[in-house]
Design a protein around this ligand. Structure first.
Ligand SMILES: Cc1cc2nc3c(=O)[nH]c(=O)nc-3n(C[C@H](O)[C@H](O)[C@H](O)COP(=O)(O)OP(=O)(O)OC[C@H]3O[C@@H](n4cnc5c(N)ncnc54)[C@H](O)[C@@H]3O)c2cc1C
Length: 407
């Protein structure tokens, strides 16, 4: 450890959209607060924030009363307002949730009622009305969600970072946090080269967030299990098959599964993502392995319990990953005109999914309080949509200043 000590009111570990939004909320609340963001990479948002579907979700799927439901609904509005105010390109293009058989119509009707509880307005579409929105879609009925939009979350992050710099927030790039001492008056955070001190810190380390928790000595049985989401994209000539966003009706047992077609801000159309175990937390290729990451998953009892309970769905996802034709079949259920030559491999992302030792996936957003810290330990989709609200929530949860240590 070399380098001098810096002293801050707040240190945020992780320069993804949740970390940036948290810093934004903190300086909105107290413009004089001295804030540092520590990021292990040389750039912001290289992981989940820069590798997702770019959807501004509306809050349709989530359990009424959950943090996800509350924050996605409010977060959608905050995100759209932020983009409008700060001129970040976005498009509130709406989406359709398509039922292709009677069973899916029944699920769609159940979802319609849940959606009302979350305060989201949707309308039911007949086959003909659906064709008006998406002429290439094969569906017998659909829900239309007009509030859903798209944005490039990397661009949102860049704008947030500009605003933060203007407010005096500092950044330390290329600085992986390797050790934390959480005392009763102050926190000491060591990176490979520097030491920082703060009154309070917030762990927004995404795929590494459980490791940061463990550095503080907090006992948790929760572990991050990385699930890669792989995408194809439509060739340019076939991008006109999709006008906005086309989703299947979700299976309530596996709401995060089900490949969809998403128009991106650059005009391309992405198809995916699936969900397969990644043997490297930040592994974006099928062949990526990191021994520590792999061993941690394979020796985690929760993983085997989850795998045993969900063998059928897990196998389907693996087959879809290695066999383009199977992936294509899922897409053709929605848009039958798509042929094998119409899709090409696109960049993948990896989800940080928290899992418990009993094999249960943590469904809601989840934060662990420490003595002088808050740890964001489960912030999967729709956390990019909800990020500005997550930031506000964290700023509210931080105990009021008891002593001023920043000179
Ligand atoms: C395939 C996929 C599709 C998705 N689609 C959507 C979508 O359409 N809409 C939506 O709302 N959400 C979506 N999500 C979810 C969304 O991307 C995430 O919820 C969100 O980006 C989480 O942001 P974050 O800041 O918590 O994590 P990240 O963006 O992963 O940021 C964490 C940061 O912490 C840094 N870090 C880690 N360890 C350390 C350390 N030791 N020291 C210093 N820094 C460290 C990392 O380098 C990283 O920059 C998707 C996610 C995936 C993977």
């Amino acid at each position: 450890m070399t380098g001098g000590a810096g002293m801050y009111d707040f240190i945020i570990i992780g320069g993804g959209i949740v970390g940036l939004s948290t810093a934004y909320a903190l300086v909105q609340k107290d413009p004089l607060a001295k804030v540092m963001i520590i990021e292990k990479e040389q750039q912001l948002s290289l992981h989940q924030t820069g590798r997702n579907s770019g959807v501004i979700h509306s809050g349709v799927y989530y359990k009424p009363g959950s943090l996800k439901a509350r924050m996605a609904v409010k977060g959608r509005t905050s995100m759209v307002n932020f983009c409008r105010t700060h001129h970040v390109a976005h498009d509130v293009c709406g989406k359709v949730l398509v039922a292709t058989d009677r069973e899916e119509v029944a699920r769609m009707d159940a979802l319609y009622h849940r959606v009302q509880q979350n305060g989201v307005t949707v309308s039911k579409l007949s086959r003909d009305e659906l064709s008006g929105f998406e002429p290439h879609v094969n569906g017998i009925a659909a829900l239309h969600v007009p509030q859903t939009g798209i944005v490039d979350y990397k661009k949102v992050s860049e704008k947030l970072a500009d605003l933060l710099r203007d407010s005096g927030v500092e950044f330390s790039f290329g600085s992986p946090v390797v050790n934390i001492e959480e005392g009763s008056d102050l926190v000491t955070i060591e990176t490979e080269e520097k030491t920082f001190r703060a009154r309070f810190f917030i762990n927004c380390a995404g795929l590494q967030s459980d490791r940061i928790v463990k550095m503080t000595g907090i006992h948790t049985e929760l572990q991050i299990v990385p699930f890669r989401g792989e995408y194809y994209k439509l060739t340019e000539e076939k991008s006109h098959f999709v006008n906005s966003l086309i989703y299947p009706v979700p299976n309530p047992d596996f709401p995060f599964l089900g490949v969809h077609l998403t128009k991106m801000m650059d005009g391309s159309v992405h198809a995916g993502p699936n969900a397969v175990l990644s043997l490297k937390r930040e592994g974006y290729k099928k062949t990526d392995i990191q021994w520590r990451d792999m061993l941690e998953v394979l020796t985690f009892s929760g993983f085997w319990k989850m795998a045993g309970q969900n063998m059928k769905e897990g196998t389907k996802e693996m087959v879809r990953s290695f066999n383009k034709r199977h992936f294509l079949k899922s897409l053709q259920r929605l848009v039958p005109d798509i042929m094998e030559q119409d899709i090409v491999t696109a960049d993948a992302g990896v989800r940080a999914q928290a899992m418990l030792r009993n094999g249960r996936l943590v469904d809601d957003f989840y934060m662990i309080p420490g003595k002088r810290s808050i740890h964001v330990c489960n912030a999967p989709s729709p956390a990019a949509t909800a990020s500005l609200e997550i930031g506000k929530e964290i700023a509210e949860r931080i105990p009021e200043r008891t002593s001023v240590i920043v000179s």
